[in-house]
Design a protein around this ligand. Sequence first.
Ligand code: ARG
Length: 457
Amino acid sequence: MKLWEGRFDAPTAADADAFNESLSFDKKLWRADITASVAHATMLGKCGIISDEESAAICEGLKGIYADIEAGKLAVEGQEDIHSFVENELVARIGQVGKKLHTARSRNDQVATDFRLYARASADRAIEALKAIISALLARAKETVKYIMPGFTHLRKAQPVNCAQYFNAYSEMFLRDLDRFSALRKRMNVMPLGSAALAGTSYPIDREVTREMLGFDSISQNSLDAVSDRDFVAEYLFCASLAMAHLSRLCEDTILYTSDEFGYWVIPDAYSTGSSIMPQKKNPDIPELVRGKTGRVYGHLMAILTTIKGIPLAYNKDLQEDKEPFFDAETTLESCLAIYTALVSQLSFNVNAMYEAAGEGYATATDVADYLAKRGVPFRDAHAITGKLVRYCIEHGKTLPSLTLEEFRAASPVFEEDVLTAVTTRASAEGRNSVGGSSTEAAKAGIASIRKRLKQY
Ligand code: ARG
């Protein structure tokens, strides 16, 4: 039965029904819908809007529906939306009194409340998933703090870096995501229930009762805004998009670093796939898929931003389009974070290959320039002298660490014996002891700092 059919002479066309319905996807809100209805019915009783007996009967009926859906005994189907489903089922179970549930309420404030309850739990799960990936990255950082790997800019070897510092960089990104999701959780935890269709209600409701029962921090202060505000959906999708962007960068690094061409890391067999034709192949399908799925999450963000643009106050049916993008994004984000937490935990490292590669490409040239600058040569001149030395190496097929003191001194008399140890790969990384830098000490401090900040969530 439709909740609104009284006004109509003829039934809706079958294709209009099919087009309009939302139960096929908003059934995901069933827990939130019943929980919010129990709170609403309790409040109606407490405020004397319905009798205590009526309130008790409604709550009992609702709890029975909840238990039956949970147990798989009741299929959620056959109605326009989740709100119609629950109300009709209630009336079928407890009779006429069930029809009092919707007093002082509209589906407009109902769906806004249900969705916030649902999205709040989604934000909590995103927070847990982010904590898990940061913990996995921290574990890898701890194990690899002795290792040196090439650091890149423009995808050209730039300077040697500490492996732990590399993993810490991703932890920093995910910590910001964590912070964004917890800020979003706070901002969204405002209750629209009690706004009714758009203008509030003339019944003597007490919104504090429902707020308290549903665990909201506060109640909305404008009914027109409350029924049509979907900022929290857009914000969730933005937070999810940025987390996916970070994950996608980690995927790209994984794909590159585990390739034969780079050969720094080894992707676990358990998280690789083969080719149906090329027997030798070990493909990074998981990182590629995660990288690819980033696109659909961005797409969902664009969809909601476009949907809410230009909607006149207050509720319009356009807003039903808020749910599917959200549901797909949360599933995508959670599955990608989970699979990558597992994959990162099982990466192994070609320690020597990483170290050797870190010294290639004249990656310690900055250290040569710094050597001169620290001994009084203006940095710009030191840069030019070192540039000439690099050219000399290229022409003579040499590396900076393989140059003799004579060759260094031919470029500048400032060079002394100790330049020969200053240009090694390890000395280069260890020398960068600034906060957040590539020395072992700085990387260890990075781990401790991340661990401390993680505890705050
Ligand atoms: N399925 C609707 C939605 O998701 C529920 C609210 C319906 N309200 C209305 N006035 N038709 O937005």
